[in-house]
Design a protein around this ligand. Sequence first.
Ligand SMILES: Nc1ncnc2c1ncn2[C@@H]1O[C@H](COP(=O)(O)OP(=O)(O)OP(=O)(O)O)[C@@H](O)[C@H]1O
Length: 261
Amino acid sequence: MVNVLRFTDVSYVRDRRPILDGVNWAVDSSERWVILGPNGAGKTTLLKLATANDYPTTGEVQILDATLGRVDVFELRNRLGFASSASARRIPAGERVRDVVLTAAYSVEGRWNEQYDDIDLRQADRILAEWDLTEFADHRFGTLSDGERKRAMIARAVMTDPELLLLDEPSASLDLGARERLLQMLSGFAQSPGSPAMVMVTHHVEEIPPGFTHVLMIRDGRVQASGEIAQTLSAENLEATFGMPFDLSVSEGRYSAVARP
Ligand SMILES: Nc1ncnc2c1ncn2[C@@H]1O[C@H](COP(=O)(O)OP(=O)(O)OP(=O)(O)O)[C@@H](O)[C@H]1O
């Protein structure tokens, strides 16, 4: 077992305001983490640091075997998979879905005149099938539904066999059916042998895929609780994180929370 991510006393300050404050957190290669917290808690900022897209104001961020600030971030980012709605916005609308996935192997966002190896083409088609996108392989990215687009971005993120996969709100804005379908896929992927360590940001306990093992609960840039989901995801910690009391229930690995009257 080896740490793929380690935050030590990390703070991130903007306009003299601590957006992250004294964060200590370690992710092991065998773990699948959910980051849970309200709007503005600092979740996306945490992912920005974890994907080597920004630097902490104080403290240390270690990603894989490197320390931020002492490493070529471009090389490091090639070993990470990352999907978010911001990364989806950078994909040209006219790009074919197969190319959205394929171009990840060449770290570009639009196909130009690259010559792709057969091995990459086969890998892209295998991943498209795995994320239920085969029928959309020749469709334009801009014509996809929200759910198809989210799956395409995850497929792109796993194309390079990353050592750490980070997903920012993969099921936000999906309808019930699309959300459930995606959660089943994420759950299967999280539990499949050879899958990478994972970190997924969400606002909702209902969106935690079974097979995820740990939760980091964050509010106002501070960690409220962190550890194994079964022990850490409690009504008390939800109240500390979201600032109101909840009834929490779990059934077959799925959580649900409603405000206590
Ligand atoms: N570069 C910046 N300069 C100033 N304020 C920032 C900066 N980056 C983030 N913030 C602020 O820090 C807070 C945390 O932002 P962040 O996007 O990390 O939260 P979040 O938990 O992802 O929120 P949401 O769930 O709404 O997406 C917000 O109040 C945001 O406005």
